[in-house]
Design a protein around this ligand. Structure first.
Ligand SMILES: Cc1ncc(COP(=O)(O)O)c(C=O)c1O
Length: 426
């Protein structure tokens, strides 16, 4: 009885504090308006979300009876396959899960070794860890931040079974063709991590179609978004059959998870994209408190497999994916156009432009630049000019987990110096 009363008082106090904070922030915004100052700046999250996606999310929250029907997921997979010029596509709840499915499809076994770039995300490493596979880190090049071909041959041992190459920031990796031929020479499979470069083209074909199997992400910071989501793609029938085996036994996420994901669609839209997010962000956060989905849990960052890991994509998420795919080319075109302004900024400020591989068309999810280490440690200079908040992917070799890979000096340079500018400037 007493504890109920305490909880009620605490709740009222919390609401009051939220109201006061909201009032204070909006008063501050009015002063800024009066002074002619900007109220919002471009963000790095969820910027392909629009009102139409919010509408879908709201309608899905109201009609829950068809959440676990497979047909719209199949439409999503088919739409992606056609758009990506690929034969077989399977939709999961994250590129990390698609990678686990790929590891299964390639029949990689505990004790096998896979060469991966020493400049990646912890969830990529986790997919190998969860399968008992040893990741061997290769250094990157600093033109496109991809795996450096010259480092790879020295790392091949009789236990090596595959190479994971990645295309970062929307670019096509510099040593693409060399890596493919090294893999062929040593009879290694190639996994392409296209999580950041969905839609980039090399020699008239979308990336991801050159290796054996590829993964794509629709997480909330990626080229297109379903908040959380990923695809495993292959053109090989034998691998497609094995991917299907993994997929068929994968569970759907629980209702509570899907509920949170759908809420995150409109929380993120009003927080990061809406032109009036200067006041709507805080309001939507208050109204839907506790409903935001985190991309990576703390336990995942520590290498622990979360309970909800390994799921396939359910229909409501696929419906948002279908809508996102309608817009992806237009957004990528805008990104490419914005990147030309960043080229000019680099030339004027004495920084090197990212390298565009001949015969490639990048999508510039972000525009990466190597700046002085102090300008990465504290990026507030960029708020003033050029007037954006840069991203800091990656802050460590196995982002965001602290620690340095001594064997990857160029990756360490990127960790110290690579920032990235937004390319959708809403
Ligand atoms: C290069 C790269 N690969 C894979 C992933 C995993 O993507 P997802 O969040 O969809 O699992 C990420 C995540 O940020 C990434 O940056």
């Amino acid at each position: 009885m007493r504890s109920n009363l305490n909880n009620a008082i605490r709740f009222k106090y919390h609401q009051l504090a939220q109201g006061v904070r909201f009032g204070y922030h909006q008063a501050r915004n009015l002063v800024k308006l009066d002074l002619g100052q900007r109220l919002t700046s471009p963000t790095l999250v969820a910027n392909t979300l629009d009102q139409d996606d919010v509408k879908i999310a709201k309608s899905e929250l109201k009609n829950r009876d068809h959440w676990f029907r497979a047909d719209d997921v199949t439409v999503y997979e088919k739409t992606f396959a056609d758009w990506n010029q690929s034969s077989y596509v399977f939709a999961f709840m994250g590129a990390r899960v698609a990678l686990s499915a790929s590891i299964y499809a390639l029949n990689l076994k505990p004790g096998d070794e896979v060469i991966i770039p020493g400049y990646t995300c912890v969830v990529v490493l986790n997919s190998f860890r969860f399968a008992g596979i040893k990741a061997v880190f290769g250094d990157i090049e600093l033109d496109t931040y991809g795996l450096a071909a010259e480092c790879v041959e020295n790392l091949v041992t009789p236990k090596t079974k595959a190479i994971l190459l990645h295309h970062l920031y929307g670019l096509v990796c510099r040593d693409y063709e060399q890596l493919l031929s090294i893999a062929q020479k040593h009879h290694l499979s190639v996994i392409e991590d296209c999580a950041m470069s969905t839609g980039a083209v090399f020699k008239d074909r979308k990336i991801g179609n050159y290796g054996d199997i590829a993964i794509y992400s629709s997480e909330q910071t990626k080229v297109f978004t379903t908040i959380q989501g990923g695809l495993a793609v292959t053109n090989r029938k034998d691998l497609a059959d094995r991917l299907k085996g993994f997929y068929s036994q994968a569970a759907y996420p629980q209702e509570g998870y899907i509920d949170k994901l759908l809420h995150t669609v409109f929380i993120n839209y009003f927080s990061f994209k809406h032109p009036h997010r200067w006041w709507r962000e805080e309001l939507v956060q208050i109204l839907h408190e506790g409903k935001t989905l985190r991309s990576t849990t703390r336990e995942e960052e520590q290498g622990v497999k979360p309970a909800h890991y390994g799921c396939r994509m359910p229909a409501p998420v696929a419906r948002i994916g279908i809508n996102q795919l309608r817009k992806i080319d237009a957004y990528n075109q805008t990104r490419r156009e914005t990147s030309q302004n960043w080229d000019t900024w680099c030339r004027r400020n004495g920084y090197q432009q990212p390298f565009v591989v001949p015969d490639s068309t990048p999508v510039f999810l972000r525009y990466p630049v190597l700046v002085e280490p102090e300008n990465k440690r504290d990026t507030r200079w960029a708020h003033v000019s050029p007037g954006v908040t840069p991203g800091v992917w990656f802050v460590s070799n196995i982002h965001p987990v602290a620690g340095e890979l001594k064997s990857c000096p160029r990756a360490n340079t990127a960790v110290r110096r690579c920032i990235n500018f937004p390319t959708l400037l809403f």
